[in-house]
Design a protein around this ligand. Sequence first.
Ligand code: AHM
Ligand code: MG
Length: 333
Amino acid sequence: MGRLITLDEFIIKRQKDFPYASGELTALLRDIGLAAKLINREVNRAGLVNIIGLADTQNVSGDEVQKLDLYANERMIDFLGNSGECCGIASEELESFVSLPDIESKQAKYVVVIDPLDGSSNIDVNVSVGTIFGIYRRISPTGTPVTLEDFLQPGNKLVAAGYVTYGTSTILVYTTGNGVNGFTLDPSVGEFFLSHRNIRIPNKAKYYSVNQGYYLKFDLPMRRYIDHCNALNLKLRYIGTMVSDIHRILFQGGVFLYPNTTDYPSGKLRLLYECNPMAFIVEQCGGKATTSTGERILDIPVHALHQRSSIVCGSPFMVDEIKSFLELYQEEA
Ligand code: AHM
Ligand code: MG
């Protein structure tokens, strides 16, 4: 086996592949990797320090906020704020975006959208959680304060996106639009090493992932598709952390569904910092990502930071199959 490649080495080597080849995005990705190591440390010792449980507050979407949600949010903001390459951050945990002052007179070009801790209802029971991030080039001129429009860009304008899954091991997966690579954290040396090169999603598989408890709240085409999965004896896997459910699908194939429900008519997950970065990664692996009414996720106009969306993503054959169910049963619905 050759020498292992660290995340930092890989990012620097691939710098020429970036759409706007410069060291700025390289530095930003490295800072996100550093923040992920700190979040990983807290997630790993969560049972030992006073950091599990609710923070006695709700976020802007009305979700209960966990102490680890806040910790992860603060670490990401600290690291991005000190990088000098990021001029603004929008987060699931913040009602509005944060505008960052220029550091060392750098004229930062990038804004970052984050879900600092995805799947936070799983923290207290030691089930895997994740971090999601997306990076956009700002629209407003450099050197001026960021504006809301800098964040309200469709997913097809993402320059980079990634996630970290804190599971049996901690893995960081990212793309800059030239394929997807995964890096596993070796806790003994505190480094992410390249472990999953050029991830490609299988065309179809025996897995589907959905909160089937909401079956009666789904539209008819989704109920019929789930009936179809059951008739085929497909295996249901649902962790309740989107990052972990989609991570499995990238390797083993399958489809992840969070359709619109009667409780959430536009879907529950957030477009900007959950669906768009994950859809970019899925597409870069050769998969597909649409809403539960068939629109490509990355083309949906973004009107608000915390806008919700439904999502259907994963193996291309299966996403296409769902589209055919939409066409077949939409009329009856
Ligand atoms: P969170 O970011 O507040 O943790 O919420 C998002 C999570 C997703 O990771 C997961 O797929 C979904 O919410 C689970 O929702 P439900 O419990 O309704 O199935
Ligand atoms: Mg989330």
